[in-house]
Design a binder for this molecule. Structure first.
Ligand code: GDP
Length: 171
């Protein structure tokens, strides 16, 4: 199918925060419970409409590279949007955000539109990072913020679409 624009998205953050699941939920409306690096999707795509224009979102997933912190410059190259993801039930994934941001600043284009995503919001009983902490960290670093659940699909569509709209506004 033809499209007017192609936006490259990347999903970054610690291993097992739900990056592949967010991608799968957005592109395929599915959720997968087993964490299997070998099934890590390399990238997905979906055609969306903004302002009556067809826009292809091409979304790259690390496919396990982040385990070794070996994400290459190639991964960041040409990216217009990024979802920086942590797991609200694992505090260390929130504490590592600063180093992910440094990595991003060093490797991506300065206009990269970054959305901070606190994933696994369905696991409220195991929450280890409050909504306010996420929001404050995002504000301090000039990012937008959302909490999602790749399991229930809560806010997954919104996370990708708001980022796509923000990029579109800046074309
Ligand atoms: P990645 O390494 O960041 O790509 O993480 P995955 O997408 O492979 O997810 C890691 C694990 O967390 C898997 O067992 C998923 O089923 C689980 N998971 C991912 N997102 C959610 C979520 O929103 N809620 C819950 N309860 N589990 C999730």
């Amino acid at each position: 199918m033809s499209f007017h624009y192609l936006f490259k998205f990347i999903i970054i953050g610690d291993s097992a925060v739900g990056k592949s699941c967010l991608l799968l939920q957005f592109t395929d409306n599915r959720f997968q419970t087993t964490h299997d690096l070998t099934v890590g999707v390399e990238f997905g795509a979906r055609l969306v409409k903004i302002d009556n224009k067809n826009i292809k979102l091409q979304i790259w997933d690390t496919a396990g590279q982040e385990t070794f912190r070996s994400i290459t410059r190639n991964y960041y190259r040409g990216a217009a949007g990024a979802l920086l993801v942590y797991d609200i039930t694992r505090r260390e994934t929130f504490e590592h955000l600063t180093s992910w941001l440094e990595d991003t600043t060093n490797n991506s284009n300065p206009n990269l539109n970054i959305l901070l995503v606190g994933n696994k919001s369905d696991l409220e009983e195991n929450r280890a990072v409050s909504f306010e902490e996420g929001l404050n960290f995002a504000k301090e670093n000039g990012m937008r913020f959302i909490e999602t659940s790749a399991k229930t699909a809560l806010n997954v569509e919104k996370a990708f679409m708001e980022t796509a709209e923000a990029i579109y506004q800046n074309i």
